[in-house]
Design a protein around this ligand. Structure first.
Ligand SMILES: [Fe+2]
Length: 202
């Protein structure tokens, strides 16, 4: 006799590898550096430690239009999988910002309130530039840790992503995450965004 298993309440984290990344990233680096030149302090009340955090209105900058168009398509793919009713919902990329993490910079654990999906895209990085990590949101599981024979997506309390240039990772906005220290000499440059939904007016 063998049991039947249902895995309920899954937490989906998506990634997309953008085919046009080599060309687009050069344009994005130039656009981010131009933003940084006009606002060298950036936002200081966010997750960045040491690193630079741009303002979050890059949605209004035409240099990010191609990136945002691709992001929009990826978000729709996720919404369709999740069976969101796109006839009744509007989805909008509500804000978008760039992060430049020099050596030893990190991002503390945080979530993204007031939105449904969030994401990050790697413009410039090496494998030592600082991993993105997600923490199991089921806090109760940590109250009685059980020894396991293997670490995998069912058993580990933390999921780690190496930064891969050209990759976009999209996740539920409520999922706690952070970024490890950049141990490379080169800057780690990424773009993040939030997605909101609203009911269409009848
Ligand atoms: Fe974040």
């Amino acid at each position: 006799m063998s049991g039947t298993r249902i895995d309920c309440f899954p937490t989906s984290i998506w990634h997309f590898d953008l085919p046009n990344a080599p060309v687009m990233n050069q344009q994005l680096i130039a656009a981010i550096k131009a933003e940084q030149a006009t606002d060298q302090v950036g936002l200081r009340d966010r997750s960045s430690v040491i690193g630079w955090h741009s303002h979050d209105r890059l949605t209004q900058n035409p240099n990010f239009k191609e990136f945002l168009d691709i992001t929009g398509k990826n978000v729709v793919e996720i919404a369709r999988f999740a069976k969101w009713d796109l006839d009744r919902l509007t989805m909008v990329i509500s804000n978008c910002w760039a992060l430049v993490n020099p050596k030893y910079a990190t991002n503390v654990v945080h979530d993204h309130p007031n939105c449904v999906l969030s994401g990050v895209y790697y413009v410039q990085a090496t494998e030592n530039s600082g991993d993105l990590f997600f923490i199991d949101p089921r806090q109760a599981v940590r109250m009685n840790p059980i020894p396991v024979t293997e670490y995998n997506q069912w058993t580990q309390g933390k999921l780690v992503y190496k930064p891969i240039v050209g990759r976009m990772v999209i996740f539920p906005s409520w999922l706690l995450h952070g970024v490890g220290a950049n141990l490379a000499d080169a800057e780690r440059i990424s773009i993040s965004f939030n997605v909101k939904v609203a009911l269409k007016q009848a």
